[in-house]
Design a protein around this ligand. Sequence first.
Ligand code: PDD
Length: 280
Amino acid sequence: MGTYVWTGDELKQRDGAAVDVEDRGYNFGDGIYEVFRVYGGRLFEEEAHWDRLIRSAAEIRIDLPYTVEELSFGISSLMKADRLTDGIVYLQVSRGAAPRGHAFPPSGVRPTVTAFTKDMARPEAALRDGVSVVTQPDIRWLRCDIKSLNLLPNVLAKQAASEAGAWEAVFHRGDTVTEGSSSNVAIVQDGTLRTHPANNLILHGITRAAALRIAGSVGIAVREEAFTLDELYAADEAMLLGTTVEIMPIVRVDDRAVGQGTPGPVTRQLHAEFVKLINH
Ligand code: PDD
């Protein structure tokens, strides 16, 4: 845990920093966020995170009170103050604090910006050995492309995974696999990488986009087309894609082995290329 928080105007000691009890992020989950990965003191895929933050804000009609340059400068100073080399930066923007009422507050209420850092090592063992996942019904709303603070279904699904001794919960809407509770999901079928299209039913993951770019550059065929639960169970390989998991092999789904029950060659190749991007 870092020592400081950045509030847009200033860096403060985290100890003693406070948010209004009527902050709309706190009362309604009325806000958006980003999780940036930091490797060797550098923000990974920074531009893509800003693009997504701007889009999420626009989709829920929050006027960001700072430019990307100001936000970027702010979180860089936070990283320096916290001496963060490997970990994450969490940045949240809520619609601000105002007397509680569901409709937007009067204009002039300033969005609340908060950012903090966390040291985090890369999940080496899980990347090497692969992880197990459980499936869970996707009970979320129809705008999962917005990186909103409303994560209750994700929280409940991750808790179910945790109680089952699994790393992640994989959501399905009916028979269709959408994504993980905090990651995207892809499978490999006959050498082709397949993942849900980037529409309103999934978060447009930055790691997902990087994996698709890598696949294109090394000649792995890609199909951005949803797959079913049965196709997940029968896949040659499966993987999680996300800021904190990188490109992580899934070796078991609901206690059934995926492929040979060990990380597959396509997943390994994609991850090896991903590591080159990290070290670039
Ligand atoms: N989660 N899908 C969901 C629902 C997510 O919450 C995330 C990321 C992803 C992967 O997106 P990206 O590759 O841009 O990290 C997909 C972050 C890490 C979190 O909430 O902690």
